[in-house]
Design a protein around this ligand. Structure first.
Ligand code: EPZ
Length: 420
C-alpha cells in the first residue's frame, strides 16, 4: 500500500497540463466494442481505470495496442465474448458501459454489477429501463445482469433522473438498433458529447448530445478506421484550480476548455480568487484569502459534484461559514470526518455540509475514502501546517495521471511513500 506525505503550507506557482477526461475515456473504450474494425484513441489518461478497461477488452477478444502511454489502437473485429467477469469489473463503476456496448453489438451481454467509488446507493434502474424499452430482456441474479434481445428497436426514453451513465449507456445500445431512439431528460456533461462525437466519427448518427434531447438514428455498422482525441478532464482541471486557490500563488492550468469550467470559474471569482481565461488555459491567482460562499452541486452545467470535496477543503480558509448542498450523491460526505482530523470545522445536516472557515488546519494522518475525497485531503495538506499523510491513494491513481508529479512541479512538498 502507498501513501502521499505532504508538508505545508506551500504556495503553488507555474503551469500544469491537464490530461484527457477519465469519464470520457471510461465510456469511449467500451464504445469501441461496437466497431466492426479498428480505431485509434488519443489523449487517453494513463490511469488505473483505463488500464482496467483495456485489459477487459483484450480478455473479450479485442486487439489492444498501446502506441504510447496516452494513445491506444483497438480492433474489435474479433471480439468473441459478451460475458464480463467479476474480476474484470469489481473496481470499476464504469463497467456498466460494457452492458450497453455488448448488447448493442451482440444483442446480448452478461456483466456483474459495477464496483467503483462507494457513495452509498448507486442504482442503475434508468439504464435497465432504457434497455428494456429498446426490446432487451433483463435478468438480474447472483449479482450479474444478463441482457438479451432478438433485436433492438429505436423508441423514445424519458429518463426519470438526469443520469450521465444511463444517457451514455443508452446511446451505446441504440447506435446499431433499428429505427430512431430519442433520449429525453438526457445528461449534458462534456463527456456525453465526447462519446457522441467518437461514435459519429465511427459512422453513427447521433444528434443533440449536450442538450437534454438526444436523437440516435440506428445504422447498420460502425466501420471505424479513424482516430479520436479525448477532451481535457474537466474535473482534473477543476481540482488544480481549487488547489491553486487554496495554496495561494499563481497557476496556469493548460489544455482545458474554459467553457467546461464556467460554474467553477464563476464560484472562484465570487470567492475573491483571480481567474483569467486565456484560449485553452485558465490562470488562477490567489493570496490564500477566500470569501465564504454557498454551493449546490447539480448536473452540468451546474456545479459538479466531483468538485464538492475539493471545494470543502478550500472553504476551510473562508472568512465565515459556507455551505455545500449535495444534489447528486447522498454518500458524498465521507471526506468530512477525514478533514475534521486536520481541524476542519464541518458538520453535515441532511445533504448540506456546513463549513466554518477561519480555523487553521494542521497536518494529520488521513485516508482517501474515494477518488475525489482523496484529492481533497491532498489539497488540505497543501494548506495545513505540518505533515499530512493521505493513505489509500490507490483511489487517486484510478483517476489522476501523475498527480503528485504535477503538484511537485508547481512547488508542492509531496512524496509518494510505501506504507510500512
Ligand atoms: C458519473 O457517474 C461519473 N462517473 C461520476 O463521477 C459523477 O459523479 C456522476 O456521473 C455525476 O456527474 C463516471 O462517469 C464513470 P449518474 P454515474 O448516473 O453515471 C441517480 C468520479 O469521481 N441514478 O449521473 O454513475 C444516481 O443515484 C465519478 O469521476 C439513478 O437514480 O452518475 C445519482 O443520484 C464519481 N438511477 C444521479 O442519478 C440510475 O439508473 C446521477 O447519477 C442512474 C443514476
Amino acid at each position: 500500500m502507498e501513501k502521499f506525505v505532504i508538508h505545508g503550507p506551500k504556495p503553488l506557482y507555474g503551469d500544469v497540463y491537464i490530461s484527457g477526461s477519465k469519464n470520457a475515456a471510461v465510456a469511449i473504450i467500451p464504445a469501441a466494442i461496437l466497431i466492426d474494425g479498428s480505431c485509434v484513441i488519443e489523449n487517453i489518461p494513463n490511469i488505473g481505470d483505463v488500464k482496467n478497461l483495456t485489459d477487459t477488452l483484450a480478455k473479450l477478444g479485442a486487439e489492444v495496442e498501446y502506441l504510447d502511454q496516452n494513445t491506444i489502437r483497438i480492433d474489435s473485429e474479433n471480439i468473441n465474448s459478451y460475458v464480463a467477469t467479476y474480476d474484470m469489473v469489481k473496481n470499476l463503476r464504469a463497467s456498466y458501459y460494457l452492458l450497453g456496448s455488448l448488447l448493442g453489438r451482440f444483442k446480448r451481454a452478461k456483466v456483474p454489477f459495477p464496483g467503483g467509488c462507494d457513495f452509498g446507493y448507486r442504482p442503475i434502474d434508468q439504464h435497465i429501463k432504457g434497455f428494456e424499452a429498446l426490446g432487451a430482456r433483463i435478468k438480474i441474479e447472483h449479482g450479474i445482469i444478463t441482457a438479451e434481445a432478438d433485436k433492438l428497436v429505436g423508441t423514445s426514453i424519458y429518463l426519470d433522473v438526469v443520469s450521465v451513465g444511463a444517457t451514455i449507456n443508452l446511446m451505446l445500445a441504440a447506435v446499431l438498433a433499428e429505427g430512431t431512439t430519442v433520449i429525453e431528460n438526457a445528461a449534458k456533461e462534456p463527456h456525453v458529447v465526447d462519446v457522441a462525437n467518437f461514435l459519429n466519427a465511427m459512422g453513427a448518427n447521433i444528434r443533440g448530445a449536450g442538450t437534454d434531447v438526444i436523437r440516435i438514428k440506428g445504422v447498420e455498422r460502425l466501420q471505424g478506421g479513424v482516430a479520436h482525441s479525448i477532451i481535457p478532464d474537466q474535473i482534473e482541471a477543476g481540482t488544480f484550480m481549487i488547489a491553486a486557490a487554496a495554496a495561494g500563488g499563481c497557476v496556469t492550468v493548460r489544455n482545458v476548455i474554459p467553457k467546461h469550467m464556467e460554474s467553477l470559474t464563476a464560484k472562484l471569482i465570487e470567492m475573491g480568487i483571480g481567474v483569467e481565461e486565456i484560449d485553452d488555459s485558465i490562470r488562477v491567482t490567489s493570496d490564500g484569502k477566500v470569501l465564504k460562499v454557498n454551493i449546490k452541486t447539480l448536473p452540468y452545467p451546474g456545479f459538479p459534484t466531483d468538485l464538492h470535496p475539493q471545494m470543502a477543503s478550500l472553504l476551510c480558509l473562508a472568512d465565515g461559514t459556507s455551505t455545500i448542498t449535495e444534489g447528486i450523491w447522498e454518500g458524498r460526505f465521507k471526506y468530512v470526518d477525514e478533514l475534521k482530523r486536520m481541524g476542519a470545522k464541518i458538520k453535515v445536516e441532511g445533504r448540506i455540509a456546513i463549513i466554518e472557515g477561519g480555523h487553521p488546519l494542521t497536518g494529520a494522518p488521513t485516508r482517501a475514502t474515494d477518488l475525489r475525497a482523496g484529492v481533497a485531503l491532498v489539497i488540505a495538506g497543501l494548506i495545513a501546517k505540518g505533515k499530512t499523510e493521505v493513505h489509500n491513494i490507490c483511489y487517486i491513481d484510478r483517476g489522476y495521471e501523475n498527480f503528485e508529479a504535477k503538484l511537485k512541479a508547481l512547488g508542492a512538498d509531496i512524496e509518494r511513500c510505501v506504507c510500512k
